[in-house]
Design a protein around this ligand. Structure first.
Ligand SMILES: Cc1ncc(COP(=O)(O)O)c(C=O)c1O
Length: 355
C-alpha cells in the first residue's frame, strides 16, 4: 500500500536556543499524524504542531491501548543528520502494537513519517556534542466508546524535542523485591503506556528513600535482576559483561543490543543470562570490581554508583577508565560518524542546513 505524506509547513520558523529548553517540554514546530479507520491508514501528513481534540469517550483514555517508541537523531561530524537504528525501533514498535491488539504500521509509512518530519524540523537537531533530537513515534486508540473493547480507530503520530545529557551524576539504585514491573506472560516486553504508569508508585517510594531508580527483579523469586527505569541493566564483573536475557518481561533495548554487539566485536567476554542479587552481593563481598549501568537511548550508559540490597549499600566502580565508558564512546563514535558504521545502524537523512 502506498502512503503519500502531505507536508504543510509553518510560515514562520522560530528555532529556539535548543539547549535552554527542558527535555520533552518544548516540541519542534511540526508533527506527523496519520489516521487508521475502516481497516486502513489514511491522511498521513506532516503539519504544524498542534493540540488534539478528543472525546472524553476515547478508548485510549480508559483502557490503555497506547504504544510508543523513543529514538534519536544526531548531527554527524560531517554535518549530516543521522537517525539511529530506525529499523530496530520499527520492529519493536510493531511488536508492541501486536501485543496490544493495535494495527501494524507499514514500514514505509513509519520510516517516511520520521524522515519527513526530521527533515522539515532539521534546524532543531542540536549540533552540540551532547545534544540530539529525541523522536517519539506513538499510537493511541481513538474510537469513541466507553465499553471495554479493542478500538477500531487509531492515530499514529510522531513528535520531536531536543535532548541533552540525561543523568548528570552516577545513580543510586535500590534492588526492588516487593513490587514488580512485569510478570511472565504480561506486557513487560511491549513499550505500552501502562508499564510506565504502574512503575511510578514503587519508584516514588524509592525516591522518598533517596534513590534515583529501582532495579526491578523477577516477579516469581524477586531475586533476578530485570531492568531499571527506562534502561536495561548491565554489569561488568571482573571484566565480564553480564546482562539479563530477553525473557519476555524486559524491553528489548536498542542500546542493549548495540552495546552487546560492540562488546562482542571488541573481544570482550559477554554473558547474557540471569543474574541474581545474591551473585552481586558475592561479587562485592569478594572484593571484585563491579561496574553497573543502565543502557538506554536517553543516556546510552548511565553509571550506577550505589546499589542498595536490603539494608546494605554496595559501591560500584565508576572511575574514568571503567569499561562501560569505552563501550559508550564506541557507540557515540558510530552515531557521530567518526568510525565506520559497519552494521548499517545509521540512517543519514539530510544535510543539515547549518552545516
Ligand atoms: C523499560 C525500558 N527498558 C529499557 C529501555 C532501553 O531501550 P532503548 O535502548 O531502546 O532506549 C527503555 C527505553 O526505551 C525502556 O523504556
Amino acid at each position: 500500500m502506498e502512503h503519500t505524506i502531505s507536508i504543510t509547513t509553518q510560515a514562520e520558523r522560530k528555532v529556539t536556543d535548543t539547549k535552554s529548553v527542558p527535555f520533552g517540554k518544548v516540541p519542534t514546530e511540526h508533527m506527523f499524524i496519520a489516521e487508521y479507520s475502516d481497516g486502513k491508514w489514511q491522511n498521513a501528513k506532516v503539519v504544524p504542531f498542534h493540540d488534539l481534540t478528543l472525546s472524553p469517550l476515547t478508548l485510549c483514555l480508559h483502557y490503555g491501548q497506547t504504544v510508543f517508541e523513543g529514538m534519536k537523531a544526531f548531527v554527524t561530524r560531517d554535518g549530516d543528520i543521522n537517525i539511529f537504528r530506525m529499523d530496530k525501533h520499527f520492529d519493536r514498535f510493531n511488536k508492541s502494537l501486536h501485543r496490544m491488539c493495535m494495527p501494524a504500521v507499514p514500514q514505509k509509512l513509519f520510516m517516511n513519517a520520521i524522515k519527513e518530519l526530521v527533515t522539515v524540523d532539521s534546524d532543531w537537531v542540536p549540533k552540540d556534542e551532547d545534544g540530539s533530537l529525541y523522536i517519539r513515534p506513538f499510537m493511541i486508540a481513538t474510537e469513541d466508546r466507553i465499553g471495554v473493547k479493542i478500538s477500531d480507530e487509531y492515530l499514529f503520530m510522531v513528535v520531536c524535542s531536543p535532548a541533552f545529557q540525561y543523568y548528570t551524576k552516577p545513580l543510586k539504585v535500590k534492588v526492588e523485591t516487593t513490587y514488580v514491573r512485569s510478570a511472565d506472560g504480561g506486557t513487560g516486553t511491549a513499550k505500552c503506556g501502562g508499564n510506565y504508569g504502574g512503575a511510578f508508585y514503587p519508584t516514588n517510594l524509592a525516591k522518598a528513600e533517596g534513590f534515583d531508580q529501582v532495579l526491578w527483579t523477577d516477579s516469581t523469586h524477586h531475586e533476578f535482576i530485570e531492568e531499571s527505569g527506562t534502561m536495561n541493566a548491565m554489569f561488568f564483573i571482573d571484566n565480564v559483561l553480564i546482562t539479563p536475557e530477553l525473557s519476555g518481561t524486559i524491553l528489548d533495548g536498542v542500546t542493549r543490543d548495540s552495546l552487546l554487539t560492540i562488546a562482542r566485536e571488541k573481544g570482550m567476554n559477554v554473558e547474557v543470562r540471569q543474574i541474581s542479587y545474591h551473585e552481586l552481593i558475592r561479587a562485592f563481598e569478594d572484593g571484585k570490581r563491579v561496574e553497573a549501568f543502565g543502557a538506554g537511548t536517553a543516556a546510552v550508559v548511565a553509571p550506577i554508583e550505589i546499589i542498595a540490597i536490603g539494608h546494605k549499600e554496595y559501591h560500584c566502580y565508576t572511575g574514568p577508565d571503567a569499561t562501560m565508558f569505552r563501550l559508550q564512546k564506541e557507540l557515540f563514535d558510530i552515531r557521530k560518524g567518526t568510525v565506520p558504521d559497519t552494521h548499517h545502524w545509521n540512517n543519514i537523512i539530510a544535510n543539515n542546513t547549518g552545516k
